[in-house]
Design a binder for this molecule. Structure first.
Ligand code: G6P
Ligand code: MN
Length: 441
């Protein structure tokens, strides 16, 4: 089995330690020859990296080469894969993305609505530059991108690198939801075979089967209606905000019983209710800063100080495992099914070919082979087309530096609707993002 040379881009992230634990858990299925960390924030990365050294020494002694760098050349030379998980502007800008819409009575969310647009227009520039640099030093490397807002990033990358078949945009929300289905059924998440369609953070499971072909969908729906729905992956199981989000899936299923919804649809289907629940001084970014980020930094400090992981609370999570398994499927040609983003080209037959859709696909050494979805019903089609137009206009606004396209985008978004609200939010976002966005005229 050929071993892999991997770089993690954005290694200072609060998700990196979980990813390291996943690489250790999966080392027989996805062995590493070398691991490199790359980040622009030297200090933040060094803390995670120094803790990682200790973890690897104890749990992955076969791995001879681990180092971290802020040099792109060093990071991207001699690699087989890059995992990209950057957050342009950091959690501080995430907080702005959430507060600004909220100050106008609109849902403040990292990837949905105006916050998603703001974050998207920040991410695009860095992502294009990164992929260019990676391609310069490693033309053949697989790029697994889970940088948000993934729908907008995927669309922008598709426009700039249309011929590049080795970029995979992937999100962990579907697998996190499937983790909860599996636990409800007393099954293993990897034994569920999903049928799914939509856009990123905007889709539905139409069916879940087991590997023997038994349709489990009716049981899952019944259980959600009768017993409720909760997150079960350990990364989110005890998080109050995620618990509420999963609970809301029950209401969505009562209102629209055809398919099982992605949790993110709550922001588009109940925007007023969601906005009313949020608090200016305690948006999700604040919760992450005071919660996950603090926890991870303390954990790293403890490991570094003790030069040991004894007593350290280290767990794998489904996010990390999913990415590592997907990487293995690509490099070892496993032909396994993953839910990924891919250019539509008729997969969903009644929406535009150039949409970046999220659907199940076989992952192979020659790239993605998406499975046909066919025609989708009019309600979901209508919702998707509105959201797709919003996403396309955001990316247009970025490349054309167009104020009016940005205004059109926000007006189309279901979380906004009113043009005067869209304009007021846009004007505030422009001021807050002046160090990141292209100038819009
Ligand atoms: C899910 C989504 C990611 C998103 C994350 C936010 O995993 O798939 O795209 O970044 O949730 O979680 P947080 O706990 O930071 O709000
Ligand atoms: Mn996601």
């Amino acid at each position: 089995m050929k071993k892999n040379r991997l770089v993690i881009v954005g290694a200072g992230s609060t998700y990196t330690i979980g990813m390291i634990m996943s690489l250790i858990e999966e080392k027989a299925q996805f062995p590493l020859e070398s691991l490199t960390f790359y980040d622009t924030d030297e200090e933040r990365q060094a803390q995670v990296a120094e803790a990682t050294k200790v973890i690897l020494r104890e749990k992955y002694s076969e791995l001879k080469s681990f180092h971290y760098t802020t040099s792109k050349q060093e990071a991207f030379t001699n690699i087989d894969l890059a995992f990209i998980q950057i957050r342009t502007g950091g959690l501080a800008m995430r907080e702005q993305d959430e507060k600004i819409p909220l100050s106008h009575g609109v849902v403040g969310q990292e990837t949905c609505g105006p916050g998603g647009m703001a974050y998207g227009m920040r991410s695009i520039k860095d992502m294009i530059e990164l992929v260019r640099e990676i391609r310069h030093f490693a033309p053949e490397a697989w790029v697994l991108n889970y940088t948000n807002p993934a729908a907008i990033v995927a669309d922008a990358l598709q426009r700039v690198f249309p011929e590049d078949k080795k970029i995979l945009n992937i999100c962990d929300m579907p697998i996190a939801i499937m983790h909860s289905y599996a636990d409800m059924l007393g099954k293993e998440v990897w034994d569920l075979v999903p049928s799914y369609f939509g856009l990123n953070h905007f889709g539905w499971f139409t069916k879940l089967e087991d590997k023997q072909g038994q349709d489990l969908t009716p049981i899952i729906k019944d259980k959600i209606i009768n017993e409720g729905f909760k997150p079960t992956d350990n990364e989110i199981a005890n998080d109050e905000s995620w618990k509420k989000t999963f609970q809301q899936a029950r209401q969505m299923l009562i209102d629209f019983p055809d398919f099982l919804p992605n949790t993110y649809l709550q922001y588009y289907l109940y925007p007023d209710q969601l906005a009313a629940k949020e608090k200016m001084d305690n948006t999700r970014a604040r919760q992450v800063i005071n919660g996950r980020q603090k926890r991870v930094h303390e954990l790293c400090d403890q490991i570094i100080k003790n030069q040991s992981t004894a007593d350290a609370d280290l767990e794998v999570d489904v996010h990390g495992i999913y990415m590592v398994k997907a990487a293995a499927a690509l490099v070892y040609n496993l032909n396994e099914i993953y839910i990924v983003m891919v250019e539509n080209n008729g997969i969903i037959s009644n929406i535009a070919d150039n949409a970046m859709v999220e659907v199940p696909a076989l992952l192979t050494v020659n790239g993605l082979k998406p499975l046909a979805v066919g025609e989708i019903p009019i309600f979901q089609k209508g919702l998707i087309e509105g959201q797709l137009a919003y996403e396309k206009l955001v990316v247009d606004a970025y490349f054309e530096q167009s104020y009016s396209k940005a205004l059109q985008a926000l007006t189309l978004n279901r979380t906004v609707v009113n043009a005067n609200t869209a304009r007021a939010i846009l004007d505030d976002l422009i001021v807050a993002n002046q160090d990141y966005w292209p100038p819009l005229t």
